[in-house]
Design a protein. Structure first.
Length: 387
């Protein structure tokens, strides 16, 4: 007997669906399937189009920056495809590679090991940033986004680079906005005593390098351990006085850090491994330079007061004194001369870092050391006392 005779027409089921769907339901199901497939196809096409446009944008930015971008991966990551399919309006996750950050290289110095720059409020951080790029600076609870301009509020800020929807945090670089020199009152900023600079109250500096500083780094107990280069932190260069007064104020020229890092490289290339280059004296406030600690041999126009000089010695064994660098069984000024020779090679290769180098013999409670600065012209001497 025919199937139509046994069952009413309303009860007929299609065998393909196990008797679960009516003809009308089957028709709706087919159309839903078509729509879903079309959505998937549209998502794939959109994802591929976005990747192509993204690669074109990266190539354009790299061309503007004058850098070469490595070839992109051969296939689109699955997570990115899924994002485009299920969230077609979601922002893309473009990456920022090292080559695209080439415009920041001048801030890292010739050594490539400098981790900071100092700026007055509102000053330009760097030139040559690619179009569309922004700086994002975070210090404490403050977050500032700008076209590579230093924040108005003094402080130490971590730097991130934003490019369209991409963001890359630079964990090894800080932008430091200075406290303006004009904030100093009667030799003080707050409770910290600095004194007066040589030409602050009159007179004409012999070179611009001896003019009043533009501003100071505010060093707190919280930021004192901020890395400023591969081997050094902010606290290494603080004046050795007023131990319980915080915040402290510091002058520090990034060129000095570049020169110290290059000197370490030259020492190691000459067979003198450097685990620790000790900063015996970094920044000295004018007050401390004239009357603090051992003042023998200090110059009235000492570069230490301008934040571009340091007295150093190699102390790999941690005994608080110079190591026997020339391996003659003694520690004397000949070991300080080994450092001097390394500095000479640095200046020959990097004329922009020319400055003073002084060799000091053991005296007055300290061992031999080498003074290194970036005053802008060549100076050499031997002495005793403090550099």
């Amino acid at each position: 007997m025919a199937e139509h005779h046994l069952f009413p027409r309303a009860q007929v089921r299609h065998r393909v669906f196990g008797g679960l769907l009516s003809a009308r339901q089957r028709h709706v199901f087919n159309w839903v399937t078509v729509v879903i497939v079309m959505l998937y196809v549209t998502g794939w096409i959109g994802a591929i189009h976005d990747v192509i446009e993204q690669r074109r944008e990266i190539a354009r930015i790299a061309k503007e920056a004058g850098v070469k971008v490595p070839a992109p991966p051969p296939s689109l990551p699955a997570t990115k495809i899924a994002t485009q399919i299920f969230q077609p309006r979601a922002p893309t996750t473009a990456y920022i590679n090292d080559a695209m950050l080439g415009f920041l290289n001048p801030l890292r110095g010739r050594s490539g090991k400098v981790f900071f720059t100092t700026l007055t409020p509102g000053a330009s951080i760097v030139a040559g940033a690619p179009g569309g790029a922004k700086s994002v600076l975070t210090g404490g609870t403050e977050r500032v986004s700008s076209d590579f301009t230093a924040p108005e509020q003094p402080g130490v800020y971590k730097l991130a680079i934003q490019l369209n929807q991409a963001m890359r945090q630079l964990d090894d670089f800080s932008v430091i906005t200075l406290v303006p020199f004009s904030e100093k009152r009667a030799g003080h900023i707050g409770t910290y005593f600095l004194g007066s600079w040589p030409f602050e109250n009159g007179g004409i500096p012999k070179t611009p390098a001896y003019a009043n500083p533009s501003g100071f780094i505010e060093v707190t107990q919280a930021n004192a351990d901020t890395p400023i280069s591969e081997h050094f932190k902010l606290r290494d260069f603080l004046t050795k006085d007023q131990p319980n007064v915080w915040p402290k104020y510091l002058l520090l020229n990034p060129k000095l850090l570049d020169k110290l890092e290059l000197t370490i490289q030259e020492l190691e290339a000459a067979g003198h491994p450097v685990k620790h280059l000790h900063i015996m004296s970094g920044f000295r406030t004018p007050e401390y330079n004239h009357g603090g600690g051992n003042t023998e041999g200090r110059a009235n126009l000492s570069r230490h007061m301008y934040g571009d000089a340091s007295d150093t010695f190699v102390d790999n064994d941690g005994n608080g004194g110079m190591d026997d660098l020339n391996h003659d069984g003694r520690v004397d000024d000949r070991d300080a001369e080994v450092i001097q020779q390394a500095v000479e090679r640095v200046e020959i290769k990097n004329p922009s870092l020319v400055g003073g180098v002084g060799v000091y013999s053991a005296c007055c409670g300290h061992g031999p050391f080498t003074h290194i600065d970036v005053r802008g012209y060549r100076a050499r001497w031997h002495g005793t006392g403090s550099g």
